[in-house]
Design a protein around this ligand. Sequence first.
Ligand SMILES: [Zn+2]
Length: 700
Amino acid sequence: MSKEPKRYLVTAALPYANGPVHIGHLAGCYLPADIYVRYLKGQGKDVVFICGSDEHGVPITIKAKKEGITPQQVVDKYDGIMKNAFKDFGIDFSYYGRTSSKTHHETAQAFFKTLYDKSVFKEETTQQYYDDEAKQFLADRYITGTCPRCGNAGAYGDQCEKCGTSLNPTDLINPKSALSGAVPVLKATKNWFLPMGEIQQSEQFQNYIKRFDGWKSNIKGQCQSWLTEGLQSRAMTRDLNWGVPVPIEGAVGKVLYVWFDAPIGYISATKEYFNGSNEWQKYWQDDETALVHFIGKDNIVFHAIIFPMMLMTHGNYILPTNIPANEFLNLEGDKISTSRNWAVWLHEYLVDFPDRQDELRYVLTSIAPETKDSEFTWKDYQTRVNSELVSIFGNFVNRVMVLSDKYYQGVIPTVYQNTTDEKLIAARTLCFDGIAKSLYNMRENLDAVKLRDAQAEFINAARAGNKYLADTEPWKLVKTDEESVKAIMFDALQICAKLAIAAEPFLPHTSFTLKAMLNAPKLNWSSLFNENLLTSAHQLGKPEILYKQVEDEEIQIQLDRLQRIKTENENSQKQAALTSENSETKQLQPVKADIVYDDFDKIDLRVGKVLAAERVPKADKLLKLTVDLGFEQRTILSGIAEYYQPEELVGKLVTVVANLAPRKIRGIESQGMLLMAGNDFGKLYNVGPEKDIEPGSAVK
Ligand SMILES: [Zn+2]
């Protein structure tokens, strides 16, 4: 979009309503989105800022199961907690919706129906993983396994969070049910697929991806690599009982895929914000609207590719203008994790640091993972607050306010005569040039959504003000040259006013307090570059301290807490390892009934050598082996594909039941059976001779 948009629709990723909000969430998308929106609004732009709870994902049903409550109870509990945490930190959504709302169900169903009626979907019956113990299909996060792309052992059925690849459950190596831990079986079921490969070829999509050129390199790079690989069809429906029911006949027991319904949540929430009027359409269906999605990097594929495909095949909607996705924030050397409680929770932070929201906003923006992963440490938090907010910005404002109160009883002085002292003139020029440059750069960076740099320029402006006072020392000069001090203090108060405006996107609570201290609540962005924002004789408010020093003891409490959690986690890991060893012993199969030697002697066991091995198409567990028995070669099918790669078997010695009657499996005659050592926990290992011996040798 080259020309200035008429209005903006800004979204922040819908958080899953299955846990409270931590600093990783805040830094990932809510804080950047809020800063950007405040900046736009400051300029008087027409902006709607949308977010809401994503109440349908599989993690919610898993959480409900774990806590022994219903999914609805889970989402009711966390919707409120999340909403309040955002509010406390000044994340100023126009509207915060919920995907369990009636409007959302209707909107998502109508959207699906439109695509269905336009024959966008491909209806397909496929083999999906099913948990025989839990009697349930295993979609998305109900199933875990090893990522085929990066080898991450904890990949989910819909996505590997380590490399960001979007997956289908059948892509996983060694899949396991997240419900029972069982190895899942395949079972046929019908679903509706978005033919992403076909849509990728369409002219409309090819036009759309030209927009990537203007986007951040991390998102552009990821998208381009997926597109180069070629996109796969993806099911937009699921065999689950929690979600938006699929609104067509023959779809009983199926709901919309959570990543189909969740982004539509942005649309539903906009509708709810406009209270049933058609006003929402302007924000979603008018080309002059800029649609900007703030997300974390794990959501890129859904926002940059799948949702736009849904929007363009529907036909009535605009496509995203920009998607400024962030990378991940780590905590004290480790990945932030809700399940391991390795996080700084917003509601807990506020208990230990009441009314110090802006300090956290400031630090998180200073270290924002805009281009690569970054790390939060409490030491760094302390340093940044103390040496930047307290010593530079806070110190400057405090000196100006206290001196104005002392010298002029809080009334802005009238300057009758500008100073002729060259040293003072030089200090003034240096200060004002520096501030003008910093604020200009700040604005450029805000436009480019480079918020970390933008905030650094804000602090540079405060630094220039602080230096002006240090260079001119009005508290000394006042004894000899009261007129010049009036001019300096007049200037310094104008700078305070500029900082009050410029702080607003980053530090809204501070901005509010500072405007009150200046008794100028209406200061706004339009006057940021004016020379004089406050006039002589203007009565100021009462001075207040903007920021408190962060003490060592306060930091130590946080570090101790994390250390405790680390120890607990390590202990429970050890415990889990012990329990699983024990349970493996308990679950070993009982010994079968006695047999006599003659029974055993009926079995002809021979050593074989694997000459070739390949996968059997459409049979995930089977390998087809060619085995040399010395006297002949046999074709043998073995259900070991989950445990062995074909190539690692070639050349291996195996033990073959050589006189087992042949049987046909998947149209192939299997002429024997391999001996395998196995248990019920997904292990199966070849039982072959320990030393090299010629094929055909008897095993007895
Ligand atoms: Zn991966």
